[in-house]
Ligand binder design. Structure first.
Ligand code: MLT
Length: 203
């Protein structure tokens, strides 16, 4: 997958996996990684799917309606890519924390739904429930921060609430941060995510 890797100054810190929103690139979320932990290594990936020229991490049939078959395929593809990247860049495969926005948050959530140890943690900005009606793996030892908008027209509040419940039921520690700024990725939610990260992973 097209990506960039930036070696951090502290190899004990989790590798931050950056996953952009629809129409984004691997450069978009680099400022977030800096705010969350400037010492951490960064692996930033570009989605392999194009929708009218806009990169995404999986296909959708309509806004908010996912192509499940492609979602499953792309989730496996990303998980395999993480295995390869850990070898290539010599980092601990079990110590990755994803930071995703919108479509990137949805593929990060899908990694959690399909693979028990794909991620050590995840910061999900404006996510949805990637799939319904499936059994989740045991997510004990996985920490998730969800930032969501009460008035988000793209990713309704109910999606974040349901995602919280599904992940919590699977054993994950979940914290939800609410905003009233629609689908925007705001500085206040990034600051809240950074604070959450510092408590759980900063030492
Ligand atoms: C998705 O397709 O993943 C969601 O609708 C969010 C987005 O538009 O990126």
């Amino acid at each position: 997958m097209k990506h960039l890797f930036k070696q951090g100054t502290n190899a004990a810190k989790p590798v931050l996996l950056l996953l952009h929103g629809t129409g984004g690139t691997e450069n978009d979320l680099l400022p977030l990684a800096d705010l969350v932990d400037p010492e951490a290594s960064v692996l930033s990936v570009r989605g392999n799917v194009l929708e009218n020229g806009m990169p995404r991490f999986f296909r959708r049939l309509a806004e908010g309606v996912f192509d499940e078959e492609d979602l499953i395929f792309r989730t496996q593809e990303l998980n395999d890519f993480l295995d390869e990247a850990a070898q290539k860049y010599d980092f601990d495969r079990r110590n990755i924390v994803a930071i995703g926005y919108s479509n990137g948050a949805n593929i990060a959530a899908s990694l959690l739904f399909h693979h028990a140890r794909a991620l050590k943690g995840a910061i999900l900005h404006h996510p949805m429930v990637p799939r319904r009606g499936i059994a989740l793996p045991d997510l004990t030892d996985t920490s998730v921060f969800i930032a969501a908008g009460k008035n988000d027209p793209m990713c309704p509040a109910k999606e974040a609430e349901d995602l919280d419940e599904l992940l919590t039921d699977a054993g994950a520690q979940v914290k939800v941060h609410w905003e009233m700024n629609g689908h925007s990725l705001t500085r206040t939610e990034v600051d809240a995510a950074a604070e959450w990260f510092e408590i759980g992973f900063g030492k």
